[in-house]
Write a protein that binds this ligand. Structure first.
Ligand code: CA
Length: 409
């Protein structure tokens, strides 16, 4: 959650509590061990035993790559249609439906206990870790130890480091299993350590809260998170709507809620043309790509998703994936672009086309990393004559490369 995607998606914001923190971080530390030595009393005061502290920090070396991630300045901000095209693609919808079948019994019990439906829980799982296939590779104590002593926001990361050590101390997770994102999010649900401490639950009843090796614990923990964030069972997150001409989106937003009856008076209908539902629940009008793109009425449940990762685009990805898992279709109103985003399958195809032209892009993995971006820039320059192309790839580039490949045969 939170930090995990902040790296790749500049418009995703930091967790609110962390963002509100105003204590300046100490000066950069040259020696990790000297810094850790000075942190020991604070760790003790935070409930980390001397033995745990020494066992996990004595031989710790800094990992400079996490500092690079912390400071990365993306070359362009990701348009929401790119973000959603890769997070909610046919592959993920299919896998999600398979997960709903495979874990149906557990999900039904989770829904009864925590009051959050299966599709929503599975959607979070799919976006956070691709259904457990991507936990992140960073040893958590090393990543958090580095971030506690070097770079920005050290105070925040120290709190997470101490929490990670308390988790190890409690024996919930084996040290070698505690790996995650560069910023310390781990497991199926990508909880930060302090979130784990507050909200993880032992659902399979083995006495341990395990978000890494227990799918039931992870699914129930996600549901618990959403329930504690105010999820109301039986209500939708919201839905896509048709905006009648003359209704201004000026000053509207997720937090500007009005009664459903008021939206009905203004002439809003659901995207398929049907009337707004008879719900005694206020809703806000969200237009993430402006008035010409898809419009949504969002209810309080959207805020619960938003609290998992404070970005509207993230909330919409989860909400939309959940709808797709329930059998819903794509958004009715297209995004306001003539160059739509790429699914992961299309990103892999693009990478193959780039590799076939001699670009060294590394693994064909559907993740457009730095080497893919360099290749994309070069191809946009070559094909479109752009003088300062950015590293974005959409349908236009894919189509052009495909056609070129066919011509050259
Ligand atoms: Ca358990």
């Amino acid at each position: 959650m939170t930090f995990a995607r902040w790296r790749a998606l500049p418009f995703l914001l930091l967790p609110l509590a962390a963002a509100a923190q105003t204590v300046p971080d100490p000066a950069p530390e040259t020696s990790l061990q000297a810094c850790l030595d000075r942190l020991e009393p604070a760790a003790r005061a935070a409930g980390v035993s001397t033995e745990s502290w020494r066992r996990h920090t004595t031989a710790l070396t800094a990992d400079p790559s996490v500092l690079e991630k912390l400071d990365i300045q993306p070359e362009f901000s990701t348009p929401i249609w790119d973000y959603l095209a890769s997070l909610v693609d046919e592959e993920r919808v299919e896998q999600g439906r398979e997960m709903l079948r495979q874990h149906g019994a557990v999900l039904a019990r989770v829904a009864r206990r925590h009051g959050v439906d299966a599709a929503t829980v599975v959607a979070v799982w799919g976006v956070e870790s691709n259904f457990g296939q991507n936990f992140g590779k960073y040893p958590l104590v090393q990543a958090l130890g580095t971030l506690s002593c070097q770079g920005r926001r050290q105070t925040y990361f120290r709190g997470e480091l101490f929490a990670a050590l308390r988790i190890l101390q409690a024996g919930d997770v084996a040290p070698e299993r505690l790996r995650g994102s560069w910023a310390g999010a781990f497991g199926h649900t990508q909880f930060m350590p302090t979130t784990y401490e507050r909200l993880a639950v032992d659902f399979d009843g083995d006495g341990r809260r395990d978000l890494i090796d227990s799918v039931p614990d992870a699914l129930a923990s996600t549901a618990n998170f959403l329930a504690r964030a105010g999820w109301k069972d039986g209500l939708p997150w919201g839905f896509e709507v048709q905006l009648p001409a003359g209704v201004s989106t000026e000053g509207q937003g997720r937090r500007v809620r009005q009664p459903m009856a008021r939206w009905r008076e203004l002439g809003l209908r659901r995207a398929d043309g049907s009337p707004l539902p008879e719900l005694d629940a206020p809703a806000g009008l969200m237009t993430p790509a402006g008035a010409r793109g898809p419009a949504f009425l969002v209810l309080k449940n959207f805020d619960a998703i938003y609290s998992y990762n404070a970005a509207e685009s993230y909330g919409l990805a989860i909400a939309h994936l959940a709808d797709r898992l329930r059998g819903g279709g794509p958004f009715v109103t297209p995004w306001p672009t003539d160059d739509a985003g790429l699914s992961r399958a299309e990103r892999r195809e693009l990478q193959q086309l780039l590799a076939a032209r001699g670009h060294d892009i590394g693994a064909i993995d559907g993740a457009l990393g730095e080497r893919s971006r360099v290749a994309i820039r070069a191809e946009r320059q070559r094909l479109f004559g752009e003088r300062t192309p950015d590293g974005r790839a959409g349908q236009k580039l894919l189509r052009t490369l495909r056609a070129e490949g066919l011509l050259s045969r």
